[in-house]
Structures are given as structure tokens and as C-alpha cells.
Design a protein around this ligand. Sequence first.
Ligand code: SF4
Length: 183
Amino acid sequence: MSDTSDIKLVDAPAGLEGSGFFATAADKVLGLARANSLWPLPFATSCCGIEFMATAASHYDIARFGAERMSFSPRQADLLMVMGTISKKMGPVLRQVYLQMAEPRWVLSMGACASSGGIFDTYSVLQGIDEIIPVDVYIPGCPPRPEAVLDGFMQIQELVKTETLRRRNEPRYQKLLASYGIQ
Ligand code: SF4
């Protein structure tokens, strides 16, 4: 399984050997578990949301990645998937949802509208959700095909797998949140 390719087995400490025992780094194991059991919160406001429904349905089947358990409650989700045009009126709602999610949390921006405002270069549309919340992965396209959505999702899985347990307490991450006015 390619998921485990970056896990390096080391010699077991004395007394912890034989079948049933193996030694590895805790953050690798937690990363592997988290990456394959993400709970997405689909924040779908327009057409990209429909494309996501196709991604979740039987043909593309997001359950293959362990992510079929959609959460419409921010406190029970760890991946915010923003898909669709976000108006400036909707911006504070999106930010509130992000703030209500517990750490660790990741953000996926799906499609041109969420990532940059898309074709809606108007006074009423937010020109990219990264104006109000940090984004981990952007998926280009209008709309992106389900293959692109799955590719973006796998990029998130890579991030989750390789993230250290210390990252959320590091000054760099705190600085990123502070740049968005988040404590
Ligand atoms: S990027 Fe295109 S498909 Fe997606 S919400 Fe915007 S207009 Fe619709």
C-alpha cells in the first residue's frame, strides 16, 4: 500500500519484539489514520457543489478515500471544502464555520469562484476565500471534473499524512492565523 511507503521500520526496543509488535513514529501513524478518515464539511453555494455530488456518488465514490462521512456540523469536521461563488455577504458565515472547526483542520478551495472569484469580478463577490481564511489546496477549473476534485483531495491527504504533531503550535502557523486576525 503506497500509504505506508514513508513509514520506516526501525529495530524494536528490547522486550518489544516478535509478531504483534512494530515500532514507528507516532505522528506517522496518526497522519495515516487521519488522512484516510477525513470528515469533509461541504460548503457548497453553487454549481461546483453539483460536481462534488458527482464525486461523492457511486461512480467516483469518495468513500474509497474514507471520506464519505459528510459533516454539516463544523465541530465534527476536519476538512472544509468550499465550492462555489462566495458573495461578500456570505464571507462572514464561511469564516464563522471555519472558526468553529477544531484543530487540526484543513481547507480545500474547489473551482475558480472559491479560489479567485472566477468570472464574477463584481462588487458583490469575494475574489477568493483566502482573503478571509487560510487555504491548503486549490483546485482549478470551472467546474473542476470529479477527477480533479479527487486529485485535490489526495493532495490534502498528503498534507495530512506528512504534517507533524507540532505544526499547529509552531510560531509560523500562529503567524499565519494572526495574519487573518485569528487567535
Ligand atoms: S467555478 Fe464555475 S462551476 Fe464552479 S461555482 Fe464558479 S461558475 Fe460554477
